[in-house]
Design a protein around this ligand. Structure first.
Ligand code: SAM
Ligand code: SF4
Length: 340
């Protein structure tokens, strides 16, 4: 076995020669919204005792950073509803100061962003992804079940005022926000926000709503956008799965994340950690590694070996299918477990 010092510096390379440099962490599975495509109204959340403490999350993230992770995205559930979450952002910010981490960022529903915008900036966060599918207050209430649009807009404004770059993520939902995509482009263009459309993915049981009915392929979204905007392809600069175009009329960037219709696995550089310390090597597969026991053992070598073993199991790609006969999710866990 290699010594701790050797392991602690060895980069994480998977069996397909992909360098794992991006970690997404779901810091809680809880949320103050119940978006129809994400959760059922009556969710059973994890017992608090199973959830890693913030100190443990810091240690685990720091172990990944010591192994070459350069980008860290904090997600959830809703990350900003976790108590004392700013402590974790402040702690992780130290890796930005030493340049061991290139970017610390988060994905949020923005319901709590107004009070945290300045604190996030002080911790070193510079870019925030906000999920917003509609600009219509009633529709917003219907999609999120529990959300209030004015609170979210207030959070977005506060974040922009604090100096953050904002990217809006909108899930494309047939029969729900298909009449609003031009308004979203114009709204984001006016504010100098990037905008990314996401296809709805078959993850987790969500109750009454039929995900097959909501699915709206982004090829059709793009075709619709072309009717009104002059779109030019631009090279992907984020290293992520989105493909980008620029709308000439607004100057804004529009991204498309198409897990259902476009295979982006070859360049996948990411893994996902849940709030219980389970590592998912692929968003679209069930295989996972439990790092909690290793994290809680007194020997730091055990954690490093557990991380290596997990990366050695990273699969080549996912196989999402919206199976019209089964009508069951291809992956049984909810997106709020792995944080999107
Ligand atoms: N609560 C935060 C938020 O909504 O931004 C962070 C967690 S949320 C699970 C992360 C992202 O996953 C959101 O942009 C949400 O729209 C997206 N999402 C959730 N369920 C999805 C699904 N079934 N298909 C596609 N995207 C989904
Ligand atoms: Fe909560 Fe985000 Fe899921 Fe909506 S998408 S229910 S805000 S975790």
């Amino acid at each position: 076995m290699s010594s701790l010092t050797e392991l602690a510096e060895k980069p994480l390379i998977d069996p397909f020669d992909r360098h794992v440099s991006y970690l997404r962490v779901s810091v809680t599975d809880r949320c103050d919204f119940r978006c129809v495509y994400c959760m059922s109204e009556n969710m059973t959340f994890l017992p608090k005792a199973d959830v890693l403490t913030l100190e443990e999350l810091d240690r685990l993230c720091s172990a990944f950073i010591s192994r070459g992770v350069r980008k860290l995205r904090i997600s959830g559930g809703e990350p900003l509803v976790r108590r004392d979450i700013m402590w974790l952002f402040d702690r992780l910010g130290r890796h930005l100061e030493t340049d061991d981490l290139e970017e610390l960022t988060l994905t949020t529903n923005a319901s709590q962003l107004e009070r945290h915008a300045a604190g996030l900036y002080s911790a070193g966060v510079r870019r925030i992804n906000v999920s917003l599918d509609t600009l219509d207050p009633e529709k917003f209430a219907r999609i999120t079940r529990w959300g209030k649009l004015d609170k979210v807009i207030g959070g977005i404004d506060a974040a922009a005022a604090a100096g953050h770059r904002i990217k809006i993520n909108a899930v494309a939902l047939k029969g729900v926000n298909d009449d609003e995509i031009h308004d979203l482009v114009a709204w984001c263009g006016d504010r100098d926000f990037d905008l990314t459309f996401i296809e709805v993915m078959p993850m987790g049981e969500i109750g009454g709503e039929m995900r097959l009915d909501q699915y709206w392929p982004l090829s059709m979204v793009r075709a619709e956008l072309k009717k009104r905007w002059t779109l030019t392809e631009i090279p992907d600069t984020t290293g992520g799965p989105a493909r980008y175009v620029r709308a000439k009329e607004t100057g804004g960037r529009i991204g498309f994340i198409t897990p259902m219709t476009h295979n982006f696995c070859e360049a996948c550089n990411r893994v996902r950690l849940t709030c219980t310390g389970t590592l998912f090597m692929c968003l679209g597969q069930e295989d996972a590694a439990d790092l909690r026991a290793a994290l809680r053992s007194s020997d730091p070598d055990i954690l490093m070996s557990a991380i290596d073993d997990a990366i050695a199991r990273k699969p080549k790609g996912h196989d999402f299918i919206l199976d019209r006969r089964r009508k069951a999710p291809a992956v049984s866990r909810h997106m709020s477990v792995t944080g999107g």
